[in-house]
Ligand binder design. Structure first.
Ligand code: AMP
Ligand code: MG
Length: 490
């Protein structure tokens, strides 16, 4: 199999990476091959058998033309700055141009130590890698920008965490791995020339419309903030909690990246936290927009010497205005996306109050986020029952529903069309935590991939209700959901 690799990052940004090699796994075994994504990338994988693919996407045999490097980056982790992080358990093989003409990174995760591994082993376990696969594919199907897994290969080697686990290598496909932390790495070191190169590279790759502009560095900040505003609004509507929104985990492409302790929330509540290491709730569901803004402020700081080379401090007001403007940009995206979810086809004053009242109602009664939105479509068709049944005290729902119905007057579309449009915006199937855990346990402990494959199949079409899949639509029993914790698996 031939992959037409390019290496623009390595070529254009010497000093931003270290050469490295993947470990050789003793017994690579393909757990999941994403044929649809392989096709999107234009890989001629059809002729390759599973054993060959397992060797190529685990480090046993490098694909021809690959030039493995570990990327340098810094990052604020839970608010504290780590000046040197870098790819400690990942490496970039190279870039390919997909069928749509877009440049995509192909990278390994869990392929062994790199110059940035510090005390880590550079490895990954089957469970967390399948988790990244499942969550990423779910996000993709929900229409949320995301990195994706091309392959997950078991290495045949144990990795040692709390207890020995089966090791795995995940092949990650990303628009790029440029992060806020990449900029921080050079800003901290006062490397202005590298920063400039990095900014121009980022612009060329993700914001080509800004290339050549004199004010391109401020414009980059603005454009990156705009993409984050759109992304986080999507997360919030999906009930997605990233879990580790460190600045090294914020991609400048605007994709969701680094699926660690992330999870979808069942009962709607702003304070929801799943990650076992997020003791303060810094990355709680409701904090995500503010954290994105905080991360963008760290990004802005790195750009000041580019915006105003002679006097970086003079760039502070303009950069601050962009960061402060993030709140409005986020709100705008959040509202626009919400109108579609609410079945509205125009914008009116008071829509944000309608939306806030709805979410307050869900939070007050601990109602399942996903099902509440989904069953609201029933009400558009005058079929009540399923929605009210989600509420412990359904009487409180009535006045809100009246307002929502009133908001649809004058009606420009038929009720069935409104309901259908709502069902295209409000998924029925999300990766429910108990089902994800069940699938990962089967794969990690018994080598049984069937539950993972079945779950992926359901999640690929999250908006289409299908017979016999009710179990995938329902939240876990309350006692299971209570105290649910996710782990980084690092
Ligand atoms: P993450 O929390 O996955 O975003 O990782 C934060 C940092 O820790 C990054 O620099 C990773 O490369 C590094 N890291 C995570 N797990 C490992 C590991 N098992 N071995 C070496 N480095 C790791
Ligand atoms: Mg990371």
């Amino acid at each position: 199999m031939r992959i037409a690799f390019d290496h623009s990052y390595a070529r254009e940004l010497p000093g931003a990476w270290e050469p490295t090699r993947p470990d050789t796994p003793p017994a690579p075994e393909m757990l999941y091959w994403n044929a649809e994504l392989a096709d999107e990338l234009g890989l001629d994988a059809d002729k390759a058998d599973a054993a060959e693919l397992a060797r190529l996407f685990s480090g046993a045999e490098l694909p021809a033309g690959a030039q493995p490097i570990a990327q340098a980056y810094a990052g604020h982790q839970f608010g504290g700055l780590s000046p040197s992080l870098g790819d400690g358990r990942a490496l970039l093989l190279g870039e390919v141009t997909d069928r749509g003409g877009a440049r995509r990174d192909i990278a390994f995760k869990g392929s062994g130590p790199t110059p940035f591994s510090r005390r880590g082993d550079g490895k990954a376990a089957v469970g967390p890698m399948l988790r990244e696969l499942i969550l990423g594919e779910a996000m993709q199907a929900l229409g949320i920008p995301t990195t994706r897994a091309l392959a997950v290969v078991a290495t045949g080697e144990p990795v040692y965490r709390e207890r020995p686990q089966r090791g795995a290598v995940l092949t990650r496909v990303a628009a790029s791995h440029l992060r806020v932390g990449t900029f921080q790495y050079f800003a901290i070191r006062g490397e202005a020339e590298m920063l400039r190169k990095l900014a121009d590279y980022t612009i060329a790759r993700h914001y080509p419309e800004l290339a050549g502009r004199d004010d391109r560095h401020l414009a980059l900040l603005q454009a990156a903030a705009e993409r984050q505003a759109a992304l986080i609004a999507r997360w919030m509507h999906a009930g997605f909690i990233h879990g580790v929104m460190n600045t090294d985990n914020m991609a400048l492409s605007g994709e969701t990246i680094d699926y660690g302790p992330c999870a979808f929330m069942d009962a709607h509540h702003p304070d929801t936290v799943f990650s076992s290491i997020d003791h303060q709730g810094r990355y709680a569901y409701g904090n995500q927009p503010a954290i994105a803004q905080w991360n963008l402020a760290r990004f802005a700081e790195t750009l000041l010497p580019l915006i105003a080379p002679d006097d970086p401090a003079s760039a502070v007001p303009a950069a601050t205005a962009v960061i402060e403007g993030f709140a409005d940009r986020y709100r705008e995206h959040w509202l626009a996306q919400a109108r579609v979810k609410l079945g509205l086809d125009d914008a009116r004053g008071g829509d944000d109050a309608l939306l806030n009242d709805w979410l307050t109602l869900l939070a007050a009664q601990g109602v399942d986020h996903t099902l509440a939105w989904r069953y609201l479509a029933d009400e558009a068709e005058g079929k009540s029952g399923r929605l009210a049944a989600l509420f412990p005290a359904p009487d409180a729902l009535e006045p809100w529903l009246k307002q929502w119905h009133a908001r649809h007057v004058p009606r420009t579309r038929r009720p069935t069309d409104i309901a259908a449009a709502m069902r295209r915006a409000n998924p029925l199937y999300i990766p429910r935590n108990h089902l994800v855990e069940e699938a990962l346990a089967a794969a990690a402990e018994r080598g049984d991939m069937a539950p993972t494959l079945a779950l992926l199949e359901v999640l690929r079409r999250p908006f289409d209700e299908r017979d016999g899949l009710d179990r995938y639509a329902q939240p876990a029993a309350a006692e299971l959901a209570e105290g649910y914790r996710t782990f980084c698996g690092t």
